[in-house]
Design a protein around this ligand. Structure first.
Ligand code: SAM
Length: 395
C-alpha cells in the first residue's frame, strides 16, 4: 500500500536519501534536503516494517540549498542517475562529507577528518558534462531509455546532461534492438564509440591520455574495460595515490583495472605488481599492453585474494606500499586479513563506498594499521557517490 505522510527531514544517510521519523519509525526520503518539511509518498507502508522508503512529492518548507534540478527527467518521480540534482553543488559536497563523517563514526572507530574536494572544472560546468561513459537500454522503439527506480518503468531519454557532449550526442542518436544495452565511451583523445554487445566492446581498442602533476601518460583500453567515469578522475586519482605511496620500495597495485595507477608509478622506475581479475586465464589484455614496456612492472591476471594467499608470500613486501581500489563492496575481512599478512608498512586505499571503506578501516586497524589521513573527491556530481583515498601506516 502507498500512503502520503508529512515529515521534517533529518540528516543525509548513505545511499542518496535523508532520514526522517514518522510515528517512531525511520523513513528514508529521496529528493529532500535536511531541515525541509515535505510530503512523502511511501512506496510500501507495511505497518510491521522497521523502516519505510519514500519520495518527495511536495516541498512545504524548502532548504536554502534547494535548486532547480538541472535534468528534469531525473528529478523526483523520474529516472535514476541524478538523485542529488535538487541540491546545490556546494551542498552536495557537504552532504557527502556528512555521510563520510557518519560512516567513519559508526564503523571505522576513527573520525573522518578530510574534505570533499571538487574535481577540476566541475564548478565552471555546474557539475554537468563530466561522464565519459554512459549506458542505457533500448526501449520498444530502439531508442535509449533509463529506468524509474523502484518501478521498472522505462522512459526514453531526451537529454543526458551528465555526459560529455560527444557521449550525450552519440547516446541520444543510438538505435538498436529493443532490450539491448547501449554503452557509449568517449575517450580523452576524442574517440566516441557506441557498442551494444560485450563482444563488440571487447574488440574495440581505444586511446586514453591522462595528465597528472608529474606529466602525461598514454593508455590503451578496450571499450569493455573499466575506466574511471569522470573526465578528471584519472588524473585526480593518479595524483592522490602517487602523493601517498612511500618514496621508495615496491608497489603492489590490487584491483588494478587497465593499469591506471600502476603505469605512472612504474614510470618512476619503481617495481610494480598490478593484479586484476584474469581474462581467459591470463593478465587482461589492456593491463598487459599498458605495462608491457616497463621492465619493472608485472601484470598479473588473478583473483586478488588468491594472489595474496598463493603468490604474494613468495616475495618481500616489508618496504612496500600496497594500493587497493576494490569494487563498491570493499575488500572485506578475508582479503584484508591477506593484505595485512604481507606486513607492508603503507597501504593506500581508493574507495567508492564510504561505508565499505569505514568497515575495512576498522579491520585494518585491528591488524595494526593506523589511519594516517583520508580525503574525498566529488567524482560523481548530481549523485550520492563519492570517491575517497585513505592511507594507513603499520604501527
Ligand atoms: C574500481 S575498479 C579500479 C580499477 C583501477 N584501479 C582504475 O582506477 O582504473 C576495480 C577493479 O577490480 C577488478 N576486480 C574486482 N574484483 C576482483 C577480484 N576479486 N580480483 C581481481 N580483480 C578484481 C575489477 O575488474 C575492476 O577492474
Amino acid at each position: 500500500m502507498t500512503s502520503r505522510i508529512e515529515v521534517e527531514v533529518g540528516a543525509p544517510a548513505h545511499g542518496g536519501h535523508c532520514v526522517a521519523r514518522y510515528d517512531g519509525r525511520a523513513v528514508f526520503v529521496r529528493h529532500a534536503l535536511p531541515g525541509e518539511r515535505v510530503i512523502v509518498e511511501v512506496a510500501d507502508d507495511a505497518p510491521d516494517a522497521r523502516f519505510w522508503r519514500g519520495d518527495t512529492i511536495e516541498v512545504l518548507e524548502a532548504s536554502p540549498d534547494r535548486v532547480e534540478h538541472p535534468w528534469p527527467e531525473a528529478a523526483a518521480g523520474g529516472i535514476g542517475g541524478a538523485e542529488l540534482g535538487h541540491v546545490s553543488l556546494p551542498a552536495q559536497r557537504r552532504w557527502k562529507h556528512a555521510v563520510l563523517v557518519e560512516a567513519f563514526a559508526r564503523f571505522a572507530g576513527v573520525p573522518f577528518a578530510g574534505q570533499v574536494n571538487a574535481a577540476p572544472g566541475d564548478d565552471a560546468r555546474g557539475g554537468l558534462a563530466y561522464r565519459t561513459r554512459v549506458s542505457a537500454t533500448a526501449g520498444d522503439d530502439g531508442r535509449p531509455t533509463m529506468t524509474v527506480p523502484g518501478t521498472g518503468e522505462r522512459r526514453s531519454l531526451v537529454e543526458m546532461p551528465l555526459a560529455v557532449s560527444g557521449a550525450e550526442t552519440a547516446l541520444l542518436k543510438a538505435r538498436t534492438e529493443p532490450g539491448a544495452r547501449i554503452d557509449v565511451t568517449a575517450t580523452s583523445t576524442g574517440e566516441v564509440v557506441v557498442t551494444t554487445t560485450g563482444r563488440e566492446a571487447r574488440r574495440l581498442w581505444l586511446h586514453e591520455r591522462v595528465a597528472y602533476a608529474r606529466g602525461e601518460v598514454a593508455y590503451r583500453v578496450r571499450a569493455s574495460d573499466f575506466w574511471q567515469v569522470h573526465r578528471a578522475a584519472p588524473g585526480v586519482l593518479v595524483d592522490a595515490v602517487m602523493s601517498r605511496i612511500l618514496p621508495d620500495g615496491p608497489v603492489l597495485d590490487l584491483y588494478s583495472g587497465t593499469g591506471l595507477l600502476a603505469l605512472p608509478i612504474a614510470r618512476l622506475g619503481r617495481p610494480v605488481v598490478a593484479v586484476e581479475a584474469p581474462d581467459a586465464g591470463k593478465a587482461p589484455p589492456a593491463l598487459a599492453a599498458n605495462l608491457k614496456a616497463r621492465a619493472e612492472a608485472d601484470a598479473v591476471g588473478d583473483d586478488v585474494r588468491r594472489y595474496l594467499t598463493r603468490s604474494a608470500p613468495a616475495r618481500e613486501w616489508d618496504a612496500a606500499t600496497i594500493v587497493l581500489d576494490p569494487p563498491r563492496s570493499g575488500a572485506k575481512a578475508r582479503t584484508i586479513d591477506a593484505i595485512a599478512a604481507l606486513g607492508a608498512p603503507r597501504i593506500v586505499y581508493v574507495a567508492c563506498d564510504p561505508v565499505a571503506l569505514a568497515r575495512d578501516t576498522a579491520l585494518l586497524r585491528s591488524h595494526g594499521y593506523d589511519l594516517r589521513e583520508a580525503d574525498a573527491f566529488d567524482l560523481f556530481p548530481m549523485t550520492h557517490h563519492v570517491e575517497t583515498v585513505a592511507s594507513f601506516d603499520l604501527r
